[in-house]
Structures are given as structure tokens and as C-alpha cells.
Design a protein around this ligand. Structure first.
Ligand code: PEP
Ligand code: MN
Length: 448
């Protein structure tokens, strides 16, 4: 049986779906999903196709993917300053990487819908109390009480509305002049002036300044959309399949099905079973999709996944987001690259240096070390260069806030500092400075 013949937006229901909430009342869930399916799409098919076309360029090294944002967005953080600061960091990183790489940077936020989380266990015990695990704001609330942790389907409606409000502001910021190249570069200069490592980034920042001045000098208009506007795409893990199905719509232009909850959807490391509901669902929508690949992957599984998710080998359709960890990447990335190259698969290779470098610090915080993150990214680039494959992108958990969640960086955040501003409800994020440092370091590496 070929799945494409049989795919419908509900065909996933015949497959086991891992990581779904234990909703207490299915009737209430169905009511919410029925309502969601009547609401307007959040993004439209034309935009999704543009992203796919850009990603097709990233397969060949003619564009570079920068994906980043919260591990888990929170409803309480859907505020103008928070959205603005995350956008600012992504734009700043993108300018730096564009200059260094000499190719357009495709900006994709983990934003406007990243509200559902896979967890390692259904329950957790806090102070002797066993509670359902927090599964993201679209499911339940992180406070450690039984009432807060009870999954509530109305949260999916709220999630939709929060995603719509976020996207609305992002569209306003990116189109309305906020994202103009001059401003973004001025923010970078501020960062360089303030960072303890500033001196080492100064050279690149002033080179970028000179490039902009040069364009002005020779009379290139600074008033064109290419200079005054930016394009930010949205993404999240497609985890709650009922929600994703409700936002899946047929495109009147092409007749194809698109999941209009975001431009790019990805399948997590925990839900990428070949015969699982998540793979089935995403196999039939035409969006670009990502698949996380962890260090224990089986080569045959990956091949079968690719056959199911991208049977026509369409460039831009599939991004493999490798998250191997510093300890494993050198061992497990080369065989994967070799085999995919040998078979001629069109893949955007993206590096998530966050998810396999997580550990619990002495102070008891879930954290990541800046040096491990940077080292995994470095090894990712070097391995691709050695194998003759294309490093197509990077994937970070980051925020524009001044949080203390990851150890290290130019301010040298220590274990004892983590408590100061540890705000994440899920995984530790790079703060604004740490994110820009990573971007400048990658930029230096690409250029040298
Ligand atoms: C995530 O991206 O937040 C995540 C859970 O990643 P992974 O599926 O790679 O563990
Ligand atoms: Mn995470």
C-alpha cells in the first residue's frame, strides 16, 4: 500500500500517535477542533511555497537556514516587547550570517505556535506530589498543581489566538520599517560595544558597515523592500495532531493540502516512527518539513522515512535537523552524510546543537554549555566540508531576553548564576548576547 494514495488529513488516526495529552473529555476536544477548523488559516499556501523555494536553494548552498526561538512559548510571554526582542536577535544573527556566508539567510522562528512539548514521561513527581507532565501551554500550565496540569482543550483555541496575535505583530514589524538593514546593523554595533568579547567582533561589524555604506555611495536605493523589510517565516513542532489537522486546508490555487498553522513544521526525535501518526500526517501536507535526528538513528529508518516523506526527492521539502551532541557528532554524522550523498537525496542539513548537549548542573538546573553548543556547530560545518556535502542551516533555542539558562559565553555565566534569571518552562535557551556571539563565531568560521 502506498500511503500517498490513502492519505487524508485524518488518516493519521489509524496510526499510533505518541506524546498526545490525556485529555479528560474527548467531547470537549472534538468541539474545540470543530471550531478551529472553521477559523482562518494563520499562514497561506503561497508563503509556504516561497519558503520551500528558498529551502531548495539551501540544499545547494545558495541560501542558509537560520531557525530559532523558544523551546516552548508561553501565553504569558506573548507581549510586544518579548516578540520584538526575539525578532531583533534573529534579524541581527541573520545580517551577520548573510555577510559572512554571502548567501541569503532564510529566517524561520520557533514562534507563533511553538506551544506543545513532547516529554520523557507522562508524569513527574514534585515535592512528593505526582502530577501530569507539563506538555506546553496549548495543553496545560506549568505550575506544579493538579489543577494547573490538567490538560484543557480550550488551550488549543487560546494557542491559535496567541499565534495569530504574534504573527500579526511580526508581520507589522518586518514590513513596517522596524527590520530595516540600517537599524539591524546599528543594533549589532551596540552589541559589539557592550559585549566583553566585543573587540573580536568589531572587525566584522565594521566590515558590514562599510558594505552598507558602499551600497549607498554607489547610489543603490536604501528605500527598497530588500533593504527596509525582512521576511520571517514561522515554525513549530507538529505535535498535537488534532490541532494540526484542524488547520490543514486545501489550497484553491494548487488543489494541494497545506498545514496552515505555520510555514514549516517539524517532527521531533520522539515522534518520528515510520509507522507513527506524526509521519503519516506530515507525509501528506505540502509544507516544507523538518525531521529531528538524534545520535541513535538507524540508517535504514532514515532512508525509509525519506521515502515516505519526500518520495519525489523534491528539493526544499525536507530538512534533516541533526542533534547529535558534541560527544557523538564526529562518529555519527559522517556515515549519514555519506549514505545520503550516495543515494542522491535532496536534503537541507541543519544543525541543532542544543538538544543533545543538555545536562543537569550541580545547582540542579537543566542547562547547556555555550562551548559545547559552539563546538557541535563547528564540527557540523567541518564534517560537511570534509564530506563534500552542504551545511545548510542551524537551529537554536534562544530568546531576546537577558536570561541565565545556558552556562558560558562572553559574560561567563556560571552554574551559580543560573538562578538569577532562569525563566524557561522547558529547555534552556541562549540569551540575546549568547545568540549573537554564536552568530559572530559562525560568521568568522565561514569566512576563514
Ligand atoms: C525541541 O526542539 O524542543 C525538541 C523537543 O527537540 P527534539 O525532538 O530534537 O528532542
Ligand atoms: Mn527544546
Amino acid at each position: 500500500m502506498t500511503t500517498t494514495e490513502q492519505w487524508t488529513k485524518s488518516s493519521w488516526k489509524a496510526f499510533p500517535a505518541l506524546q498526545q495529552p490525556n485529555w479528560p473529555d474527548q467531547v470537549a476536544v472534538d468541539k474545540v477542533l470543530a471550531e478551529l477548523s472553521t477559523l482562518p488559516p494563520l499562514v497561506f499556501a503561497g508563503e509556504i511555497r516561497s519558503l520551500k523555494a528558498l529551502l531548495a536553494k539551501a540544499v545547494k548552498g545558495e541560501a542558509f537556514l537560520l531557525q530559532g526561538g523558544d523551546c516552548s512559548e508561553n501565553f504569558s510571554q506573548v507581549t510586544a516587547p518579548k516578540i520584538r526582542e526575539t525578532l531583533k536577535v534573529l534579524l541581527q544573527m541573520a545580517v551577520t550570517l548573510t555577510y559572512a556566508g554571502g548567501v541569503p539567510v532564510i529566517k524561520v522562528g520557533r514562534i507563533a505556535g511553538q506551544f506543545a512539548k513532547p516529554r520523557s514521561a507522562d508524569t513527574e513527581t514534585i515535592d512528593g506530589l505526582t502530577l501530569p507532565s507539563y506538555r506546553g501551554d496549548m495543553v496545560n500550565s506549568p505550575e506544579p498543581t493538579a489543577a494547573a496540569r490538567l490538560p484543557n482543550p480550550k488551550r488549543m483555541l487560546k494557542g491559535y489566538n496567541m499565534a495569530a496575535a504574534t504573527l500579526n505583530l511580526l508581520r507589522a514589524f518586518t514590513r513596517g520599517g522596524f527590520a530595516a538593514l540600517h537599524r539591524v546593523q546599528a543594533w549589532n554595533q551596540e552589541f559589539v560595544a557592550q559585549s566583553p568579547m566585543g573587540r573580536s567582533y568589531e572587525r566584522m561589524a565594521s566590515q558590514i558597515d562599510r558594505a552598507i555604506q558602499f551600497m549607498e555611495t554607489i547610489g543603490i536605493s536604501m528605500d527598497t523592500p530588500q533593504i527596509t523589510q525582512a521576511q520571517l517565516f514561522t515554525s513549530h513542532e507538529a505535535l498535537l495532531l488534532g490541532y494540526e489537522e484542524a488547520l490543514t486546508r486545501v489550497d484553491s490555487t494548487s488543489g494541494g493540502w497545506y498545514d496552515c498553522s505555520a510555514h514549516l513544521l517539524w517532527i521531533g526525535e520522539r515522534t518520528r516512527q515510520l509507522d507513527g501518526a506524526h509521519v503519516e500526517f506530515l507525509s501528506g501536507v505540502l509544507n516544507p518539513i523538518g525531521v529531528k535526528v538524534g545520535p541513535t538513528y538507524e540508517l535504514d529508518d532514515i532512508k525509509r522515512l525519506i521515502d515516505k516523506l519526500n518520495p519525489d526527492n523534491e528539493p526544499g521539502r525536507l530538512t534533516l535537523i541533526t542533534r547529535f551532541g558534541l560527544k557523538n557528532i564526529e562518529r555519527v554524522l559522517p556515515p549519514l552524510l555519506r549514505e545520503m550523498k550516495r543515494e542522491g537525496h535532496n536534503i537541507v542539513w541543519s544543525c541543532d546543537p542544543m538538544h543533545a548537549n543538555t545536562y543537569t548542573s550541580t545547582s540542579g538546573h537543566k542547562t547547556r554549555n555555550f562551548n559545547d553548543i559552539l563546538a557541535e556547530v563547528t564540527c557540523f560545518f567541518e564534517t560537511h566540508w570534509a564530506e563534500g556535502t552542504i551545511p545548510g542551516g542551524v537551529h537554536f533555542e534562544l530568546t531576546g531576553d537577558n536570561v541565565t539558562e545556558c552556562i558560558g559565553g562572553a559574560r561567563d555565566i556560571l552554574d551559580d548564576d543560573l538562578d538569577r534569571n532562569y525563566l524557561t518552562t522547558c529547555d534552556p535557551r541562549l540569551n540575546a548576547e549568547q545568540s549573537l556571539e554564536v552568530a559572530f563565531q559562525i560568521a568568522e568560521m565561514i569566512r576563514s
